[in-house]
Design a protein around this ligand. Structure first.
Ligand SMILES: Cc1cc2nc3c(=O)[nH]c(=O)nc-3n(C[C@H](O)[C@H](O)[C@H](O)COP(=O)(O)OP(=O)(O)OC[C@H]3O[C@@H](n4cnc5c(N)ncnc54)[C@H](O)[C@@H]3O)c2cc1C
Ligand code: SF4
Ligand code: SF4
Length: 664
């Protein structure tokens, strides 16, 4: 079904592929022009490249692979359902798909080649579907490898630490996660609110990792409760994955030591530990990223409480009078109070369309009644004679290429406030016995393999290197697990591949289908000059996935019709409904929805079995591989005695899997 015009107007402004040029009124005979093409001595080879979605996923998921499984193109081995097979493929890279499908801002979708045709593939909607289905059906992660006798201390139970623990267990190394909280999850639990990351979903995904035999020491702060020297004695390696939980204050006069000026991470940490039940009447949040949106949206949900006339009469409070604000201090009092929506203002240096928070989160916040003031900077905290902030002086600003704001003179104004929250960035909590790790800016310095500079046996991953995204922390976890593994094997660290992600592995697929090539035994061969009939090689296949990303220009885009994206349903909450609304807003795709969306994937860089090459070859040189010998990536073969090198098959291959090379 083609996309209705009204749905694609916005997107189509950015279309770069056009079937017709301006003024054309007749369909062009592209088939004819292909058939007029010449011949060459080159014949088709089958070349695997990485799609840009994968190249843009910091966890390095084999996205095209799991979409291919969901759409039914790549078949699971006997006894495995497609749902479980897709889960296995995805979790090779990322053990937290249900979380990531919900809150990852999905850089993969920005990179998706389908943007050139109509609209990106809804990758994280399908990812959420795979994650949710796995939890519902109790799928397990890949089992731990044989015990190596090595033991790693992982400091921090956020996504970086959890991902590293998972990958290290798969390699057979024992792991103990230390965390200073009573539960694992890091910012997924103590930062992001539960209506974005549902707690049972998070718990389910974490438990699956612990089930691999990962030990934990919770409520334990390394540096204070256990020293670095103790860890070095007890463990073979130490991984620092302790995130950034210290919020930066506003760099303006009046911020320091003002009781009602706090950081966004502290605000959310209190809320997520059920220690914050209401906010004061007027709240300002300064930021523009994920943290600021979460603070503002939580503040709108909590609302402010005050004592009504009736309550004063009924409860005879000694210390409160009618209209007293209960604010955010005492749970019992807040429960007694009347609750109303707080006035929440979010300010950002950048215009709204350049704020770093996910676009749909910004839209939701505005719909839920957050007043966003963009293109402005804070100037000064205004205080009363008790030392409490009463407002924030702001002014309009310009921002240079480095992100440094400059005030515009004469544009100052004041926003009144009872609480000011700074959500302008975080750094690591590297005090109390961890000072030696601090690079002076609140982070830990790492080399390209995630080894701590100058500290043998110490490794680092996640936000503590540079604050970014959950998916980035998960990607670090996988890479650092490889580094630690090589360190244990006393092997030198080797340069990471240019396209450092998980790839489709044809040899593994052939093994799985019991079609792997035979062993190469030189003595058994009489003639080594030609290998076309040999069974020890995968013929006419080249794997360039580790160093080539396929761009839209490498595809035959004319093959694809415009098809509207299958959107997840979202519950939109108005400003009037938001108070006390803490349930999830996103409804995941059904089986059918996920399959239909996966079918929009163009399988960039790998055959998706469309038959174009078989149908269009004028020489009938391209044949389907007999079913018994076929597997993903080996769906067709060329009879080279018939091929005249006309390159029609390469021209009509939608996925860019065919390159004319053989014969060079
Ligand atoms: C409010 C907020 C919202 C966000 N929203 C999103 C989003 O929507 N999408 C997205 O992709 N990213 C988001 N992020 C970013 C994301 O949460 C981080 O990039 C990610 O959590 C970093 O993972 P990590 O494992 O490095 O650290 P963390 O998740 O911070 O985990 C580190 C853990 O180590 C513990 N720890 C620290 N010091 C010690 C010590 N000395 N001893 C023992 N334990 C210690 C910490 O308490 C914590 O539990 C958000 C961040 C915040 C703050
Ligand atoms: S983790 Fe993020 S970037 Fe990677 S596939 Fe999922 S949504 Fe895309
Ligand atoms: S069309 Fe599919 S393979 Fe290509 S970039 Fe998009 S999701 Fe990836």
């Amino acid at each position: 079904m083609a996309t209705p015009a009204e749905k694609i107007t916005q997107k189509s402004k950015g279309l770069t592929f056009r079937r017709y040029k301006e003024g054309d009124h007749k369909p062009q005979g592209w088939k004819e022009s292909i058939f007029q093409a010449s011949w060459s001595h080159k014949c088709p080879t089958y070349v695997h490249r990485t799609p840009p979605c994968q190249g843009s996923c910091p966890s390095g998921e084999d996205i095209r692979g799991w979409l291919g499984i969901v759409r039914g193109m790549e078949k699971p081995p006997a006894g495995t359902t497609w749902q479980e097979y897709a889960f296995q493929r995805l979790t090779n890279a990322n053990p937290l798909p249900a979380i990531m499908g919900r809150v990852c801002p999905a850089p993969c979708q920005k990179g998706c080649n389908r943007n050139t045709v109509d609209d990106f593939v809804g990758i994280n909607a399908v990812e959420q579907f795979i994650g949710d289905t796995a939890l519902k059906n109790g799928y397990k992660l890949a089992p731990p490898g044989p015990d190596t006798g090595k033991k790693v201390a992982i400091i921090g139970g956020g996504p970086a630490g959890l991902s590293a623990a998972y990958q290290l267990r798969r390699k057979g190394h024992a792991c103990v996660i230390f965390d200073d909280h009573e539960k694992l999850g890091g910012m997924m639990l103590y930062g992001i609110p539960g209506y974005r990351v549902p707690r049972d979903t998070l718990q389910g995904e974490i438990q699956r990792i612990l089930d691999l035999g990962v030990e934990t020491r919770l409520n334990t702060r390394v540096g204070r409760d256990v020293s670095v020297e103790q860890l070095e004695k007890e463990f073979d390696a130490v991984l620092w994955a302790l995130g950034c939980k210290k919020g930066r204050g506003l760099p303006v006069p009046g911020w320091e030591n003002t009781p009602n000026c706090i950081s966004g991470v502290d605000f959310l940490s209190e809320f997520n530990q059920q220690r914050k039940h209401a906010v004061p009447k007027r709240v300002i949040v300064v930021g523009g990223g994920d943290t600021s949106i979460d603070v503002a949206s939580v503040a709108r949900r909590l609302g402010y409480s005050f004592i009504s006339e009736d309550q004063v009469k009924n409860f005879g409070h000694d210390n409160v009078s009618e209209g007293s604000e209960i604010g955010y201090v005492a749970h019992d009092a807040a429960v007694l109070g009347v609750r109303e929506g707080a006035q929440v203002t979010l300010t950002s240096l950048f215009p709204i369309d350049q704020m770093t928070a996910a676009e749909h989160e910004i839209q939701d916040a505005m719909r839920e009644g957050v007043d966003i003031q963009a293109g402005v900077m804070p100037v000064e905290i205004l205080k009363n004679n008790q030392g409490l902030a009463t407002g924030l002086k702001m002014c309009k600003c310009t921002v240079d290429k480095k992100g440094i704001p400059s005030p515009i003179a004469g544009t100052e104004y004041v926003i009144e406030a009872d609480m000011i929250v700074s959500a302008i960035g975080q750094f690591g909590d590297l005090g109390e016995g961890l000072d030696a790790l601090n690079n002076g800016r609140g982070f830990i310095d790492s080399d390209p393999f995630y080894q701590v500079k100058g500290r043998k046996g110490h490794f680092v991953a996640g936000d503590i290197i540079r604050p970014h995204l959950l998916t980035t922390a998960i990607g670090h976890g996988a890479v650092v697990a490889n580094t630690i593994d090589r360190y244990f094997q006393q092997s030198e660290q080797v340069k990471r591949p240019k396209v450092d992600v998980h790839h489709f592995n044809l040899l593994a697929k052939l093994h799985e289908a019991e079609l792997a090539p035979e062993e190469f035994v030189a003595e058994a061969l009489e003639d080594l000059r030609g290998t076309h009939a040999a069974k020890f090689a995968v013929h006419n296949y080249e794997d360039r996935a580790a160093f080539e990303i396929i761009s839209p220009q490498g595809l035959f885009l004319g093959h694809f019709n415009q098809v509207a994206r299958n959107l997840r349903q979202e519950i939109h909450i108005s400003a009037d409904e938001v108070l006390g609304h803490f349930s999830e807003r996103m409804i995941g795709l059904t089986d059918e929805g996920a399959i239909t969306e996966a079918k929009r994937c163009m399988s960039c860089g790998l055959c998706f079995e469309c038959d174009n090459c078989v149908v269009f070859c004028p020489q009938e040189a391209v044949k389907r591989t007999p079913k018994k010998e076929a597997t993903t990536g080996r769906y067709v073969y060329t009879e080279y005695s018939r091929c005249i090198g006309c390159h029609i098959c390469a021209d009509v291959c939608p996925t860019g899997y065919i390159s004319m090379g053989l014969g060079e």
